[in-house]
Design a protein around this ligand. Sequence first.
Ligand SMILES: C/C(=C\Cc1cc(O)c2ccccc2c1O)CCC[C@H](C)CCC[C@H](C)CCCC(C)C
Ligand SMILES: C[S@@+](CC[C@H](N)C(=O)[O-])C[C@H]1O[C@@H](n2cnc3c(N)ncnc32)[C@H](O)[C@@H]1O
Length: 229
Amino acid sequence: MNQEICDIFDRIAPVYDELNNWLSLGQHRIWKEMTVKWSGAKPGDTCLDLCCGSGDLAFRLARYVGTMGQVYGVDFSPKLLAVAQVRAQGQYPEPAIAWIQGDALNLPFNANYFDAGTMGYGLRNVKDIPRSLEELHRVLKPGGKAAILDFHRPKNQQIRAFQQWYLNNIVVPLAQQMGFKEEYAYINPSLDRFPTGQEQVGLAREVGFTSVTHYPIANDMMGVLVVNK
Ligand SMILES: C/C(=C\Cc1cc(O)c2ccccc2c1O)CCC[C@H](C)CCC[C@H](C)CCCC(C)C
Ligand SMILES: C[S@@+](CC[C@H](N)C(=O)[O-])C[C@H]1O[C@@H](n2cnc3c(N)ncnc32)[C@H](O)[C@@H]1O
């Protein structure tokens, strides 16, 4: 387990949802809705939300699978899982989501267990991307599908410059006011190291996914990798 990354998310847990709403001007909700739609989740399915954090994607999956389905949210940050649990308890009826503290690189599930999966802003944060894709491939049923949302480096240099400007001059200073400068300053370098959409497609094919597509969204500043087993 990567304790350093886990500590970052534990520290920002109290402000995580509020900052995402403000900093994306609410747009992250649209990106997450697209992700769940592209995961192919349907009523009655058993679904996995990897790196679930405070649960945004898991809650959406729960609405798609309905009362006959089941959702599992997995994350290694106890503080973000606690936020997710409190949010779930505030809903009526409480959604059928099992919150599990676990490592995306070593999932506590049998092979071929899930019909569909999502992962939001998790892939860029895991220590070993191929291993994480391999684990996702293992736990999905044959024919199962998953959608992976994350930041993306735009090909257009002006849009890339805007993205960097926004991260350095809006995101970091606003986070600094809440005492989390270093934690949010981490996003930009982590994006520099992150494989491009096409590189992600290659990595997913290497672990055995058959049909793989990367969809650029938000002017290529974000992307959704859709994988089929
Ligand atoms: C929900 C979002 C990001 C989650 C997220 C991911 C991380 O890896 C982190 C690492 C460390 C700290 C926090 C996070 C974290 O919150 C996406 C939206 C939030 C972004 C901070 C906003 C980024 C906006 C785009 C670069 C540009 C959009 C411009 C438009 C005018 C809204
Ligand atoms: C940016 S947050 C995303 C949370 C949520 N999916 C969302 O979209 O708002 C990234 C999450 O990945 C989790 N994470 C990173 N690496 C992980 C790993 N190896 N195993 C489990 N969780 C991990 C962090 O704890 C954090 O909650």
